[in-house]
Write a protein that binds this ligand. Structure first.
Ligand SMILES: Nc1nc(=O)c2c([nH]1)NC[C@@H]1CN(c3ccc(C(=O)N[C@@H](CCC(=O)O)C(=O)O)cc3)C=[N+]21
Length: 300
């Protein structure tokens, strides 16, 4: 089987169009402009590029973007103060603190100081608990984007065998919760899993989120399975010239695409959906904050 390519870039553009429509309606009918605040601590160049692209897309869908860049040696109390200000700012409906934070800052403490209803990353313990108990919450962007693509491709996921490789709080665990919520039989595999190849071979849906370049080979994939590749790994590409690099996923694309039923590429798969879902979560948060009906098809 040669896999159908699930075009995350095109899907993300559709999600952004929907978001833009809701933003326009909020402005026109309610006089409200959704706002997203992004906090970046430190000068990591990759993070800077990424924060810039989030800000640009936020403005493109008609929302307000508030960027806060803090020095790498910012004191924890100062960061907590800023978050408190954003929590209290009625113009700000979503708050994202770019991770990872410098070592001297307590990530859990910082994340849990964000007002849960403004936590558009869905990382606050309240949102984690709400998701785990099937209650309305803010859902982490990357798993939400993966779920949207899976639902779009399959319609119902009920009864399917899903294997999530990776157990991070950011992707693996919430992804498993979402799949369970859609009535999949879910296995969470990780670095200590015995016979990982056999576990993956049973899966109708494979979500790879480990951050190890091309670690899942095609011969682990069941014929016709759907493969969602969350990994974004930059590796050397001497074939492109000296010092050149390229992006690869956690899945070995060519060999997996030869057996899978459908697969997401890297780049152009999960990555663009993550940002689109961040915008979607911001609109959802804005509607909830104002007691308005929330947009359909943009939440889990
Ligand atoms: N609080 C927080 N929330 C995050 O969601 C978060 C974070 N911190 N820290 C950093 C990671 C990374 N991340 C990416 C999202 C999209 C692409 C993306 O769109 N990638 C493009 C390729 C971009 C390129 O060419 O480099 C693609 O896959 O097609 C990449 C990386 C979100 N993160």
């Amino acid at each position: 089987m040669t896999a159908q390519v699930i075009d995350g870039k095109a899907f993300a553009a559709k999600v952004r169009d929907k978001v833009a429509g809701h933003v326009a309606r909020l402005k026109e009918e309610n006089g409200i402009t959704p706002g997203l605040a992004v906090v970046l601590v430190g000068e990591d160049p990759a993070s800077q590029v990424y924060v810039r692209s989030k800000g640009k897309q936020t403005v493109e869908v008609g929302m307000n973007s508030f960027e806060h860049k803090l020095a790498a040696d910012t004191a924890e109390a100062d960061l907590l103060n800023l978050i408190q200000q954003l929590n209290n700012d009625p113009q700000v409906h979503g708050i994202l603190v770019q991770l990872p934070l410098p070592d001297h800052l307590n990530e859990d403490l910082v994340i849990n100081s964000i007002a849960p209803e403004k936590d558009v990353d869905g990382f606050h313990i309240s949102n984690v608990g709400l998701l785990g108990t099937g209650q309305k919450s803010m859902v982490p962007c990357t798993p939400l984007g993966c779920l949207m693509m899976l639902r779009d491709h399959h319609g119902s996921l009920s009864g399917m065998d899903a294997v999530v490789i990776g157990r991070s709080n950011i992707v693996g665990k919430p992804m498993a919760q979402l799949l369970l919520g859609d009535s999949c039989t879910v296995t969470i595999a990780h670095s200590r899993t015995k016979d990982l190849a056999d576990v993956v071979r049973r899966a109708d849906i494979v979500v790879a989120a480990v951050g190890r370049p091309e670690m899942v080979p095609g011969d682990w994939i069941k014929d016709g399975a759907t493969v969602i590749d969350v990994g974004i790994n930059r590796i050397d590409a001497p074939e492109k010239g000296e010092g050149k690099t390229r992006l690869v996923g956690d899945v070995h694309y060519e060999s997996a695409a030869a057996v899978a039923g459908a697969i997401t590429p890297v780049p152009g798969g999960v990555g663009p959906m993550t940002i689109a879902c961040l915008l979607a979560n911001t609109v959802t948060a804005c509607c909830r904050a104002n007691g308005l009906a929330e947009p359909e098809g943009l939440t889990a």
